[in-house]
Design a protein around this ligand. Structure first.
Ligand code: THU
Length: 153
């Protein structure tokens, strides 16, 4: 990945297309029998590696995990590979593979992603896959005035 060793500003269109492809692919592995809505997330780390996650639902509905949260948990429970430069999210109905609905990270995921990004002070690009176009935002635009560790004085 071209983002290797760089900052969010060094991320390229190639990185975007690759991350979207990872997010689409991992969505197929979602465990979403209750919503029937598969989501995949792919995080590009500063060392050039990609960490993915898919949503994991539970019969006790409220325990379900979003794709982004699963990916963040994987990053933070493995040896540190550098901050997150960019991420992609892709989702759609499980019974219509390849049919993408534009998914922006839910509010809880925005907060969880912000915690990870804050570890190296980055403001990652967020690509939200969609049927017509990929929406590109900065995480800070998705969660302005975020609560963070700085408040815990
Ligand atoms: N979902 C995600 O995985 N990420 C989001 O940002 C939005 C929603 C999942 C949660 C649930 O398993 C399914 O999509 C339907 O809400």
């Amino acid at each position: 990945m071209n983002g290797q060793g760089g900052s969010p500003d060094s991320v390229t269109p190639l990185d975007r297309d690759t991350l979207i492809a990872h997010a689409r692919a991992v969505a197929a592995h979602a465990h979403a029998p209750y919503s029937g809505f598969n989501v995949g997330a792919a995080l590009l780390l500063a060392d050039g590696s990609v960490v993915t996650g898919a949503n994991v639902e539970n019969a006790s509905y409220g325990l379900s995990l979003c794709a982004e949260t699963v990916a963040v948990a994987k990053v933070l429970s493995e040896p540190w590979r550098g901050g997150v430069l960019a991420l992609a999210v892709s989702g759609g109905p499980a019974d219509a593979p390849g049919s993408t609905v534009q998914v922006t990270p839910c509010g809880r995921c925005r907060q969880v992603l912000m915690e990870l990004a804050g570890l190296d002070g980055s403001d990652p690009l967020v690509w939200c896959d969609g049927p017509d176009e990929v929406l590109e935002l900065r995480l800070s635009a998705l969660l302005p005035h975020a609560f963070g560790p700085g408040a815990l004085v």
